[in-house]
Write a protein that binds this ligand. Sequence first.
Ligand code: BDP
Length: 327
Amino acid sequence: MKRKTTGSIVAGLLFLMIAFPVFGTGKVFRSADTHAEDYPTVQAVMHMSDLLEQWTDGQMSIKIYPGRQLGEEKATIEQTIAGAIDLNRVNLAPLNSIIPETAIPALPYIFRSTEHMHKVMDGEIGREILDAMIPHGLVGLAFYDSGARSFYNSKRPIMSPADMEGMKIRVQNSDLFVATMEALGANATPMEFGQVYEALKTGVIDGAENNWPSYESTRHFEVATHYSLDQHSMSPEVLVMSKKSWDKLSAEEQEMIRKAAVESVQVMRDLWNERVEKSKKIVMENGNEVIEEIDKQPFIDAMGPVYERFANTPELKDMVKRIQAVE
Ligand code: BDP
């Protein structure tokens, strides 16, 4: 009899918490990331959640689902647009086919350096790209660093585009990346991030391309041991919110989310630099062949058709020029 009473009290309380969220913990946003919990992008969003919790006395926070728990990037982007996921940290590449402006900072060799990239993405052009997402159901909140992407493979060291002839290289789900590989003479294989390790191991693909932390965290470096630092793309990471979730918030709440996202950027940059060093060390200790001195000119020279195809309106062409003009 006693047990039954306790049971009904608990059930009653649970009902109240669900029916009247005032008894619950406030707004908890669901956030997706393909990376593991210790990766800088995940840590940055965790920091953002801490800030929101502090500022709202626990009324707003973020529950992060790292390690692809909510799916691969393409699927989670669709779910974010649909409103089933509130926040999503993705690379710009899988957004290229939905939002043409996102292809511009992902263009090969558009940035001269990390400083150049920061100046562009932190400034007016970055703002324009974030705003361009709104009509497509996403509110762009912040860009995060992603270093430079370079080629790695299990066959031979890549020193020039000629070495890539016929190589099967995995790329993200982006026509821009497919076109880039084709311009270099390789066979592009678009594939989800989570399938790459197995594909490298079984020889379905010969190689892929990524930055130091992703090359290391995925353990791709164990199977694709030749890493050539050609640095063809600095395609940044971006944190987006579902427009559907955004529209449910008050102006004050939206402002807080924007502010927390901006504050998380610097934290992410520091974590990123640390992680790059750690990843390099792990890869070097594994005895990988890392080609640092590489003549980038032949790679750059092959990119003409890629720019033609993706900077294909007067506005996008102008954006390319404006980026190049940033000192
Ligand atoms: C990593 C990005 C991640 C992408 C991944 C990829 O952080 O968002 O999913 O590359 O290549 O650098 O798919």
